[in-house]
Design a binder for this molecule. Structure first.
Ligand code: SF4
Length: 658
């Protein structure tokens, strides 16, 4: 028998995002593109382990296993008859509302409701959730509202209890006081459910000082309960709104909400192929119902797709839905004072090209040439793969301290040779790789004085972070710490988080910024990510198409590669367009249902390193065979190599065009 249509906390969270989504959720005919996000995010960021750690901090509890709602509710009720009890996943129902509380501590008439989130928090109390105006910061809103929903259900179900509510978060001000903390919590997959299992015999004392913080939120909840501006109409109290949502969900009534910029990321979309097979797009249904769209309207350049445009909601209110409706005044057009295109110049260029159906790319040759004059051979292209896990690897580390576990390195020489010369990958369980990572990188880049390229700020940010870790490191443990720190300063500039200020004489050049300032190709649409730029460049350059149609990559006498042999990068689709090389790479997650390569690189939350981060976490926290581990490592090496090759290809394209 199927569980009834209760408004659960995940459905409430969905409605918080957009009330209409309640109608599409859990219906086979409306595919949900975010279905596995929670799983992947939890896997990459350590969400499963944080839940288990919170239980260890509240030992002796009884877990309500997932099953039929009514059975879970009855089991919880029985346990609540005890004077004192700790329940994990306590399941409570009131009318059509149902919650599962991460940790519920009952002592007489008092209940502590503890919602555990794998998020880092640097404050000491609930003031840390407020913005400068003293209001709830939008970043914390989904988490605090989640607790507000749970407390409301508890208060309704058990009016005689005193309830204290807490958000349990990773405490940025704490640090691990024991070695190898995160290896105490490993993930297991049973059929379709992933769970975290603690090392046998582990006790609270083995965990050292606590790295999670319980932040009481009842004062903020009181404010929320006193407001009467909820629902699309802005006229309901929080309680009225929750019951309204639950009624609409129970009766399967679609709630109409205002179309807005959030619709761009709506998960209820599907491809044309899916539609042909009978599936439906929730996104299209909304836009048809509210704006009378015909199918053909979805092919017109949409205002929502304009790059980095902050006035999208204003435009929808003014019924300016298509790019053709947008004027320079709407963009607040400004040519800026720096080098290259301003943000609005780039937006206007995108609009003009899209509206006039002009597929040709634009390169600001003068601007780019001026930049290139300062570049020195041999050119180095580097890319890092990093992660930040909630529970630290090592004694002394804070929750979510960054880990740099992989890089790739290509060189382009003045004589035209291009080689994949170096890489680093450390996926050993429980090993902190950062200092060894920098040592390797230094050895490779120290051979000459050539210009180093990165794509966006990530590499600079991470080297700064490793610099700070080195400052704290014991010289007895890291004998070359000063040498490494001095070297980091030569190829980076300081960030806002730095105590010192510097700009290295060989500070890396940001290729992302070069693209943003000097290059626009309509095939990139509103994106400047490497995964959008690479196929655009390949399709616009006859030189690249010819060169990479041949099996030269990793070939004898061709281009040196550390992971490919005789590889042909240009493969054409049935319209003659080059297929993105990222789609030619092996999937990293065989056996995990929807984590296809396509999904991982097309989802904005997972693109640009998300796949690698998730793979790394899987290798750290799950048991896997040597064969599976080797396959994932091979895939990781290929991914990262392609990232630096993509940067090389962009540079090669410009070189030929100028
Ligand atoms: S398209 Fe917009 S209104 Fe419709 S469900 Fe998605 S986000 Fe909500």
């Amino acid at each position: 028998m199927k569980n009834p249509r209760y408004l659960t906390k995940s459905r409430f969270k969905l409605a918080l995002d957009c009330e209409t989504k309640l109608f599409y959720t859990n219906k086979k005919e409306y595919p949900d593109q975010h279905l596995d996000d929670t799983f992947l995010e939890s896997l990459a960021g350590g969400g499963f382990q944080v839940g288990e750690l919170a239980k260890m901090y509240h030992p002796g509890g009884i877990e309500i296993p997932y099953g039929k709602y009514d059975e879970m509710v009855n089991e919880t009720l029985l346990l609540l008859n005890q004077e004192k009890v700790i329940i994990y996943e306590a399941t409570v129902k009131f009318q059509n509302l149902l919650i599962r509380v991460d940790v519920l501590v009952k002592d007489g008439n008092n209940i502590d409701l503890i919602e555990v989130k794998a998020k880092s928090f640097g404050g000491t109390d609930s003031d840390g959730f407020l913005n400068k105006s003293g209001e709830l910061d939008s970043k914390w809103k989904p988490y605090v509202y989640d607790v507000a929903f749970q407390k409301l259900v508890l208060m309704k179900a058990f009016p005689h209890f005193n309830i204290k509510s807490y958000l349990c978060l990773a405490n940025k001000n704490s640090h691990a006081t024991v070695e190898g903390l995160n290896q105490n919590f490993l993930l297991h997959k049973n059929n379709d459910r992933t769970s975290c299992v603690c090392k046998a015999g582990l006790t609270k004392a083995d965990l050292g000082e606590e790295i999670l913080i319980n932040v009481r939120v009842d004062d903020i909840l009181a404010t929320i309960y006193n407001q009467s501006n909820f629902s699309e109409t802005g006229t309901m109290s929080f309680e009225e709104w929750v019951f309204y949502l639950s009624e609409q969900y129970k009766n399967d009534v679609k709630i109409k909400t205002q179309l807005a910029k959030k619709c761009k990321a709506c998960e209820f979309r599907c491809s044309d192929e899916d539609e042909k097979s009978g599936l439906k797009s929730g996104f299209k249904a909304c836009w048809k119902e509210q704006l009378g769209f015909a199918d053909s309207d979805f092919n017109k350049p949409a205002m929502l797709d304009i790059w980095s445009f902050r006035r999208k909601d204003d435009m929808i209110e003014e019924s300016k839905i298509f790019m053709e409706d947008i004027t320079k005044d709407d963009l607040r057009y400004d040519i800026g004072s720096g080098n290259g295109m301003s943000r609005t110049e780039r937006q206007w260029l995108q609009i003009q090209k899209a509206v006039s159906n002009d597929p040709t790319p634009e390169i600001d040759k003068e601007g780019l040439k001026a930049e290139m004059l300062a570049w020195k051979y041999p050119l180095h292209f580097i890319d890092f793969e990093t992660t930040a896990v909630a529970i630290p690897f090592h004694k002394g580390m804070r929750p979510y301290e960054g880990i740099a576990f992989q890089y790739s390195h290509h060189i382009a020489y003045a004589d035209g040779r291009i080689e994949h010369v170096g890489e680093y990958l450390n996926t050993k369980k429980g090993e902190f790789p950062n200092f060894e990572f920098v040592r390797h990188l230094k050895a490779e880049l120290d051979q000459d004085e050539g210009t180093i390229f990165r794509y966006h700020n990530h590499e600079n940010t991470y080297l700064n972070m490793i610099y700070r870790q080195l400052v704290k490191a014991d010289e007895n443990d890291v004998k070359d710490k000063n040498e490494l720190m001095d070297w980091i300063k030569t190829i980076t500039h300081s960030t806002n988080a730095s105590a010192e200020s510097w700009a290295g004489e060989r500070d890396m050049v940001d290729l992302f910024k070069m693209v943003k300032d000097y290059y626009y190709d309509p095939k990139m649409g509103g994106s400047i990510s490497l995964k959008a730029v690479l196929p655009a460049v390949l399709n616009s350059s006859t030189y690249l198409k010819n060169k990479y149609s041949q099996a030269i990559y990793g070939a004898k006498g061709g281009m040196k590669s550390l992971n490919f042999t005789d590889h042909v990068w240009i493969q054409l689709d049935d319209k003659g367009n080059a297929i993105s090389p990222y789609k030619q790479l092996p999937p990293m997650f065989e056996g995990v249902k929807t984590e296809s390569l396509d999904f991982l690189i097309s989802d904005p939350k997972l693109a640009d390193g998300g796949a690698a981060m998730t793979a790394y976490s899987r290798m750290q926290f799950t048991k896997m065979s040597d064969i599976e581990s080797r396959e994932i490592q091979k895939a990781l090496l290929k991914y990262c190599e392609l990232d630096t090759l993509a940067m090389v290809m962009i540079w090669e394209y410009w070189e030929r065009e100028l």
